[in-house]
Write a protein that binds this ligand. Structure first.
Ligand code: TXD
Length: 319
């Protein structure tokens, strides 16, 4: 049986971490594509030399030629420019929209059957644009943000309750930005919803409110600490989980930026919602009933995504 092929468009901090994870988990052969001269080949060679030590078999190739992504089963896109301190995700819009055009054209020509996971910011707008430029079916193009945002929420909750992260589930909806909507009512410690834990006196509403706020600003907190670039370990780990659910047809229920066609009252927009990812890509969008407060926050988040899309359409008349 032929190995799977995973193509990484963008071989920077997240791209390199993705390559390391995909190869060391033996998910398949890995192609690192980047416009930077030499760098993707250097990372591929470095990782290939880790293989004999760690004991994994994966062919790794660095390239600047889209022809090398031909036949990819999964493509993960991080190409673009990351946030610098003080820069909002939206500042990235103009630069990264042009990058999505080039990437979309490359995918359309060389790997139209792939499952594509977009990570590039501003996420909800970039995944929409990438889908448009690539022309792939909507169920085969998805955005990664929700797994990361809910992982951040889970980490903070595990610290608050002093329990294993494994026993914390968390629910985050909406766009990947300051308007994202962490939903405590659907977040649990071993199945016990957060509001019940507050009633049990295990924590306070104030503490949960502070955690929700910290989750919303989770990306910015790391940007400020790093001083140069944005988070990469957790974003890469999150995208790998989505890729595995597709490749192994695991049908995991994950929050992801998916194309909505009326669900949650939203049409033709990519927004973070719970989905099932299996062999056909996004196989189902799960529509849950939200409290008035959560729905209100979700609507604010959707409006922020809509605004970004309008800006994209203003920048590129083909959209
Ligand atoms: O949750 C999420 N979705 C995110 C998103 C969490 C963290 C970071 N997020 C975004 O991911 C971030 O704002 C960026 O837009 C991407 C990638 O972040 P990374 O930290 O990996 O950025 P790097 O290290 O700058 O890598 C980007 C690479 C770099 O090597 C460039 O040379 C390359 O992209 N690049 C290109 N590759 C291919 N084709 C084109 N046109 C191109 N332009 C730049």
């Amino acid at each position: 049986m032929a190995r799977n092929k995973i193509a990484l468009i963008g071989a920077g901090m997240i791209g390199g971490t993705l390559a390391h994870l995909a190869a060391s988990k033996e998910m398949g052969d890995v192609v690192l594509f980047d416009i930077a001269e030499g760098m993707p080949a250097g990372k591929a060679l470095d990782l290939a030399q880790a293989a004999p030590v760690d004991g994994f078999d994966s062919n790794l190739k660095g390239t600047g030629d889209y022809a090398d992504i031909a036949g990819a089963d999964v493509i993960i896109v991080t190409a673009g420019v990351p946030r610098k301190p003080g820069m909002s995700r939206d500042d990235l819009l103009g630069i990264n929209l042009k990058v999505m055009k080039a990437v979309g054209d490359g995918i359309k020509e060389h790997a139209p059957d792939a499952f594509v996971i977009c990570i590039t910011n501003p996420l909800d707008a970039m995944v929409w644009a990438l889908r448009e430029f690539s022309g792939l079916p909507h169920n085969k193009v998805v955005g990664m943000a929700g797994v990361l945002d809910s992982a951040r929420f889970r980490h903070f909750l595990a610290e608050e309750f002093n329990v294993s992260v494994e026993d914390v589930t968390a629910f985050v909806l909406g766009g990947h930005g300051d308007t994202m909507v962490p939903v405590p009512a659907y977040s649990t410690i071993a199945g016990i919803p957060i509001p019940d834990l507050i009633k049990m006196g295990w924590t306070t509403q104030e503490n949960i409110d502070a955690i929700v706020k910290r989750t919303r600003g989770g990306g910015g907190e790391i940007v400020a600490l790093l001083g140069n670039g944005s988070a990469y370990y957790a974003p890469a780990t999150s995208a790998i989980m989505m890729a595995e659910s597709y490749l192994k047809d695991k049908r995991r229920v994950l929050p992801a930026a998916a194309h909505l066609t009326g669900q949650y009252g939203v049409d033709d927009l990519y927004v973070g919602v719970p989905v099932i990812i299996g062999k056909d890509g996004v196989e189902k969008v799960i529509e849950i009933e939200l409290s008035d407060e959560a729905q209100g926050n979700f609507n604010v988040s959707v409006d922020a995504v809509k605004e970004l899309l309008e800006a994209c359409k203003g920048l590129d008349s083909s959209l």
